[in-house]
Design a protein around this ligand. Sequence first.
Ligand SMILES: *Cc1c(COP(=O)(O)O)cnc(C)c1O
Length: 404
Amino acid sequence: MKYKPADRIQDLQYFGEFGGVNPSISDSSTYTFLSAKTMFDTFEGNAEGCYLYSRHSSPSNLYLGEALAAMEGTETANVSASGMGAITSVLMQLCKAGDHIVCSRTVYGGTYAFLKNFAPQFGINTTFVDITKPELVEAAVQNNTKVLYCETVSNPLLEIADLEALSRISKSHDLKLVVDNTFSPLSISPAKLGADVVIHSLTKFINGSSDTVGGVVCGTKEFINDLRNVNDGAAMLLGPTMDSLRAASILKNLRTLHIRMKQHSHNAMFLAKKFQEDGFKTVYPGLQSHPGHEIFKKMMNETYGFGGMLTIDVGSLDKANELMELMQERNLGYLAVSLGFYKTLFSAPGTSTSSEIPEEEQKEMGLSDGLIRFSIGLDNDIERTYEMMKECMIEVGVLDTEMV
Ligand SMILES: *Cc1c(COP(=O)(O)O)cnc(C)c1O
């Protein structure tokens, strides 16, 4: 049977303390115990259902975590204060000094900077590879490799990782396959395709209102308990804890994620086709011209589409900046990093979200100067949006009026 992530969220039933249709928000950092013995057992991790201290867990955070675990089809999940809080905790939990990571070379700038500049200080080294070439991935595995890390849909180049192929490699070398699924919630369910750990930045599509940062780690009970262990758990000891009030508000937004993703995908598909017809080098996983199109199709939960992210190349950074400024002036979206908002967001990755990546390496991976990354919004009338965008493109001279 097909995996139905949105139904699994819908099927959850949480009530508030007083029968409220939303769970009550836990507004406490610490919790009382009726007996001292239970407090001791909770410290030891042996008292299921008891709360100790909110850096460890809180009812509101558990509600959100369980909803996200239902979405991803994992045993459980742990929410965190940001996506980076989730990513760094997972990697610090899985790797010790002397260990090695194989990572896609096109990952989120913060992840790249962490692996390139920060983790080596702790003796954890990374080889960056072209994730679309499984044979290169396998060749990069060493005796001390512990983790294979990638994004389902990569940032910002929208490369598609063949998760089933990567899972076979990771299983045959006894690695943990860790997948950041931030760009493709609902559309792709990495755990169902063999990922051991699935991470999201909740900041993006899942929360969808650009009002907070947040993250989650979805995995087995054993791994999530390890992360929260009071003696050696990275989430517990590094402390990237989400606040309960935020967890409650993100849970409410999660419930409309399926409707939003369908609209993001619909709008992005429409624009991607138009931009491609207009002669722009357009990257969108829903286009047949995308090298990862077939792999995405093979992996996807169809109803949610190919997602809301696309890129076009307008030739130069100056033109990209000019176009983005004009589109913002015409209220077609915001010149801003991040993604998943109701408004379209656009930025030039080379000088923003991927600026951590040295220029030389940007070139090598195909991150060109004129690249604009779009997170397509929930526009009600995408045809109207396109017409207005086209006017901007003609005005800044990146679209030939002869052609249109
Ligand atoms: C934004 C982002 C992150 C980091 O998440 P934060 O919530 O900003 O810490 C990680 N991975 C991807 C793919 C992202 O887009």
